[in-house]
Design a protein around this ligand. Structure first.
Ligand code: PA5
Length: 423
């Protein structure tokens, strides 16, 4: 992973940077030695090595069962859904006829959505992957009730059970009990891996494999990055990133905007926002994670980024832009004045937009940390996943918070349960 700090020199060249880098090394040591807060949930650190041949085979076999279905509904919320969606959306071809079609549910409580989904699934040959580590989360539990019922009505209880896979805790929770009673195939979410760090377990790998994306390359990418991240020296780009963002935070840059010039990265940004928001936002501290897709959002958020309150810094994921196939066509009368670009690849125009944006944002007081993974492919998405997870653990320890709990999420739940009359 290459970190390009050309557009954030003022931060990196500041005299404090070295202190922050040393703090990052210390925090990484705490993370790797499992001696910090929440260390019992740091099993994700070694996941790329734990996913051996047998595990991958079991996932592939399970995915194969769903290969001929029209649709697979992935039910989950937060860390039990965003990782899979991030990878699938990043790597799928936007207009290809993807089969089976992947649909998401259980990530909100919109009655209109479920009304429409039930009608859509009617008479479709579909399967369900239901994911919940606790096995008790309300949103996916309600979605599962609705969609399982529909499946049973369509194919009967026995066949429905064959078209359902549950991913949950090894021993406890309502979903585990249900899976045992109704004989669903199950995958276990390890005890030492929390939701938002679980994309490289079956939580992410099974839906990704069902979608037809090669999980081996994803894991190989994560593995390569794991080796880089565990070397605690000045070549470690995750440490540079963690040091830079903590220095930004202490310089009153309290919002980090993750940007990319690839629309496929929208859900990757959602995954990243959960990872950093839920890990760092506690004890009245933390950088607020936001995101934008460019050039789209330069025409909506662009004004604020350029000229609004100066409490932002930007982290830009910049993939290689090599597609030379799509070029600007010639228009005989040049009525749109675009002939000066005639024959130029759109990818080159996108690159120029990116450079222009970095220059403008830096000049406007928004330092830009560029992350350059290479091409947008499964290997590099695997690398990005591990890179951000590691940098997140390090950053949170630098900030002095436990990266692996989420006590704040309970507040809305307990109010909702009181209002719902839950005993
Ligand atoms: O990161 C987390 O731990 C959370 O986002 C959970 O993944 C989310 O709340 C869903 O929980 P569960 O998998 O228990 O249904």
């Amino acid at each position: 992973m290459k970190l390009n700090l050309e557009y954030s020199q003022e931060i990196i060249e500041s005299k404090e940077f070295d202190d922050y880098f040393q703090k990052a090394i210390k925090a990484a040591d705490t993370l790797l030695s499992k001696s910090g807060k929440g260390a019992e949930f740091s099993g994700w650190l070694d996941l790329p090595l734990k996913n051996g041949f047998d595990y991958i085979l079991k996932i592939r076999e399970a995915a194969k069962k769903f290969k001929d279905l029209d649709t697979v509904v992935i039910i989950g919320i937060g860390g039990s859904y965003l990782g899979a969606r991030a990878v699938i959306e990043a790597l799928k071809e936007p207009f290809a006829n993807n089969s089976p079609e992947i649909i998401y549910a259980g990530h909100h409580l919109s009655a209109d959505y479920y009304d429409s989904l039930q009608q859509y699934l009617n008479n479709k040959d579909f399967g369900i992957v239901v994911i919940s580590k606790s096995g008790t989360t309300t949103e996916p539990a309600i979605a599962f009730r609705l969609i399982q019922q529909l499946l049973i009505e369509q194919v009967g209880k026995e066949k429905a059970a064959k078209n359902i896979i549950a991913i949950t805790d090894a021993k406890k929770g309502a979903l585990k009990t249900l899976a045992n009673t109704e004989n669903f195939q199950t995958f276990v979410i390890p005890d030492d891996v929390g939701g938002r760090f679980s994309v490289l377990t079956a939580v992410g790998l099974l839906p990704i494999s069902i979608s037809g994306i090669g999980i081996d390359e994803l894991i190989e990418g994560a593995k390569a990055e794991m080796y880089n991240c565990k070397e605690l020296n000045e070549n470690n780009q995750a440490l540079w990133y963690a040091a830079a963002r903590n220095l930004m935070y202490d310089s009153d840059k309290h919002i980090e905007l993750l940007s990319s010039f690839e629309p496929n990265m929208q859900y990757f940004s959602e995954w990243w926002k959960q990872l950093f928001g839920e890990s760092e936002g506690k004890d009245s501290k933390g950088i607020f994670p936001a995101s934008a897709i460019f050039t789209t959002d330069l025409h909506s958020l662009g004004q604020y980024i350029q000229d609004g309150k100066r409490h932002l810094f930007e982290t830009m994921i910049s993939f290689d832009k090599n597609n030379e196939f799509v070029r600007v066509p010639k228009l005989h009368n040049d009525l749109d004045n675009l002939n000066y670009l005639c024959g130029k690849p759109i990818s080159w125009i996108n690159s120029m937009a990116e450079v222009g944006t970095c220059e403008a944002h830096q000049q406007g007081g928004v330092p830009v940390i560029k992350i350059e993974p290479g091409e947008l492919n499964a290997f590099n998405i695997g690398r990005l996943i591990y890179f951000f997870e590691f940098a997140c653990g390090v950053s949170a320890y630098m900030l002095g918070v436990n990266p692996f709990d989420q006590p704040g999420v309970e507040a809305y739940k307990s109010n909702m349960f009181r209002l719902l009359g839950k005993k």
